[in-house]
Design a protein around this ligand. Structure first.
Ligand SMILES: Nc1ncnc2c1ncn2[C@@H]1O[C@H](COP(=O)(O)OP(=O)(O)OP(=O)(O)O)[C@@H](O)[C@H]1O
Length: 602
């Protein structure tokens, strides 16, 4: 803090205080803060300026405070809960000397309070502003590394990864142990990190009277909880949110029990974290009844409440339609051209031309004019050598690649009337929750290997709206049992599993929401022959006992023969033969099919 201290000493000698933040900068902060107030919980980007404190140590909070303070304001700064700490004292003096605002240590007198770790025990009245110094604004940090993916998840309200992190915490510790930065749903829309306050302060934000402004200098974000906004801590229906509290703990100095307590030091015991409140209680200058009434006592830990309470989450029924088309999935004329020309690149490619490369444009015609449908309870095989275009067709169907031509319909979407290729990315991603599941060749593409087997299944279930912790565990156990993963491994990270077990977990996850369509991309490639045979057996059983429509993509006729009823044979992006799998296997007509069958028989 020596830079800050020197600066303050210099500022103290000047008659007219200079500004630390130019007026343009303040305006930008105020504009961002206004947007943040209009969209509660949303992180608004702003052009964070250099401040005489390190980024991550309060520069965001300082900029917000400087931008909102006027000369008639009175500012208070707390660090941890204490007005007298070095950081708090220096920031308060710096703010007062550069803005002309009055300074105070009394929350009742302050119009703007800057804080790092606490909401003051004295509730802030309407019209007051609480500014937070935010070190980590992103609630998805820790569950998602990509900033772009975090933005997508916020935009789509896709918070299943946060739910999985809460699930994993419960599995490991029997309770949610997360302390600061507890995730909350603000205004029913955005998940926000309540950084850096303890869980004790989280319920106190709900429908509070004052304005909360959060400034993150390093991450260049401002967000807000305006007065009277709903702030709900994320928790499962059957796992109550709890604040930190040790039974019987009270402040050694003032005797308060209904406050946030910290350990008192080497001699043990507890003390108020909010030193102003503690002093006022000792001086008889605190409204104890009003404080007690608003303390988050209904959230005190209660082991009885934690055990076996029933969830209110209704069971999600498999999505099925009656009276619609006979097929569950219908693909018409799918085509994909990599490179220039679109449909104009197609002539001169395909099996007859002996190439997938367009003579006209040089583009690769990965697939063209591929059509099929699959009925509930039926499995369709798509077979071809490497490079024949089968994965491309699958990628177009699931939305991983935009198709150049064709249409894809699901009976469960608008009774098959809507071409799902015309839906936007968000809508297509939602279809993958309970309408259409994929089992990837590489389990790492379908699973988070750091998360437990149960947690991976929980991700799909929470995305589908499941909010009962015990229901989720029961469902995950049922599925893992069905795919023959020992239940003793349910809470182990999938990264510690063998390839065959990972594939089984991926299959369990794909089936978790009973989707009517399942797409399997080389489901046994990469597994040892005996392990692959076990997975094939399992899939055969699962597909026959469920009313799903399956598409199985493989280069191996023995996989197709084991699982499917009908098959398409693909070569250089085109379907060259189709028919009943049995027939194709025993009486292949096309020379290419004959080669594939011969290879499988060898
Ligand atoms: N992004 C891309 N850019 C250019 N060409 C591509 C791209 N992706 C695939 N291709 C080409 O499209 C053709 C079909 O590829 P695809 O991966 O669909 O075949 P596949 O039958 O699934 O093969 P594999 O079994 O090896 O995955 C191949 O010639 C491939 O090189």
């Amino acid at each position: 803090m020596s830079v800050t201290t020197d600066l303050i000493a210099e500022l103290d000698t000047q008659a007219t205080p200079p500004g630390l933040l130019d007026e343009g900068g303040k305006r930008e902060v105020r504009r961002a803060a206004l947007t943040a107030v209009c969209v509660p919980g949303y992180q608004v980007p702003f052009g964070s300026r250099e401040m005489p404190v390190a980024r991550g140590w309060g520069s965001g909070g300082l900029q917000v405070t400087l931008a909102v303070l006027g000369e008639q304001d009175t500012v208070k700064v707390i660090d941890q809960g204490d007005d007298a700490g070095v950081n708090a004292t220096n920031l308060r003096r710096l703010i007062a000397s550069t803005t002309g605002a009055d300074q105070t240590a009394d929350t009742r007198e302050a119009t703007v309070v800057q804080t790092r770790h606490r909401v003051p025990e004295e509730d802030l009245a309407a019209g007051k502003v609480l500014v937070y110094q935010v070190p980590v604004p992103e609630p998805l940090r820790g569950v998602e590394k990509s900033v772009i993916e975090c933005a997508r998840m916020h935009a789509e309200g896709d918070y299943s990864k946060i739910w999985v992190s809460l699930y994993e915490d419960l599995v490991r510790n029997g309770m949610i142990t997360r302390t600061t930065g507890y995730p909350v749903l603000v205004g029913g829309r955005y998940v926000m990190a309540t950084t850096p306050v303890p869980r004790w302060d989280v319920p106190r934000l709900n429908r509070c009277e004052h304005l909360n402004l959060y400034g993150a200098g390093r991450e260049k974000r401002i967000f807000a909880v305006p007065p009277h906004t709903d702030v709900r801590p994320l928790t499962f229906d059957d796992v109550p949110f709890e604040v930190e509290h040790a039974p019987g703990a009270k402040c050694k100095r003032c005797g308060s029990e209904d406050v946030f307590l910290v350990e008192a030091g080497p001699n043990g015991g507890y003390a108020c974290s909010d030193t102003e409140w503690c002093n006022r209680v000792l001086d008889g200058d605190a409204d104890l009844d009003a404080h007690h009434e608003r303390a988050p006592l209904q959230f005190l830990p209660d082991a009885q409440r934690r055990k076996g309470s029933a969830s209110t989450t209704p069971r999600i029924e498999p999505v099925r339609v009656t009276g619609g088309p006979e097929w569950a999935l219908r693909v018409d004329g799918i085509g994909k051209v990599h490179g220039p020309g679109g449909a104009d690149a197609v002539p001169g490619t395909g099996p007859e031309a002996g190439t997938a490369v367009s003579p006209a444009t040089g583009a690769i015609v990965a697939a063209w004019d591929v059509s099929f449908d699959v009925a509930p309870g039926e499995a369709l095989g798509v077979i071809g050598e490497s490079g024949s275009g089968k994965s491309t067709v699958l990628a177009c169907v699931i939305g991983d690649q935009p198709a150049t031509a064709g249409s894809v319909r699901l009976a469960t979407v608008d009774s098959g009337e809507t071409d799902i290729l015309g839906l936007d990315d968000t809508e297509r991603r939602k279809l993958r929750i309970d309408r259409m599941a994929v089992v990837h060749q590489n389990p790492a593409d379908g699973l988070d290997l750091r998360v437990s087997a149960g947690g991976n299944i929980a991700e799909r279930l929470t995305a589908a709206g499941w909010r009962g912790y015990h229901d989720i565990r029961r469902r995950a156990a049922e599925l893992l049992d069905r795919v023959e993963v020992p239940l003793s491994r349910m809470d182990d990270a999938v990264g510690t599993f063998s390839g065959g077990m990972r594939q089984r977990v991926q299959i369990a996850k794909a089936l978790a929401t009973e989707p009517p369509v399942v797409l399997l991309d080389e489901p046994t490639t990469g597994l040892d022959a005996s392990v692959a045979a076990g997975v094939l057996d399992l899939l055969r059983g699962l597909l026959s006992e469920r009313d799903v429509a399956a598409v199985v993509v493989s280069h191996d006729f023995s996989v197709i023969d084991a699982l499917t009823d009908r098959t398409l044979v693909m070569q250089l992006g085109r379907v060259v033969e189709r028919g009943l799998t049995d027939q194709l296997f025993h009486d292949p007509h096309h020379p290419y099919t004959q080669r594939l069958v011969a290879a499988a028989r060898r």
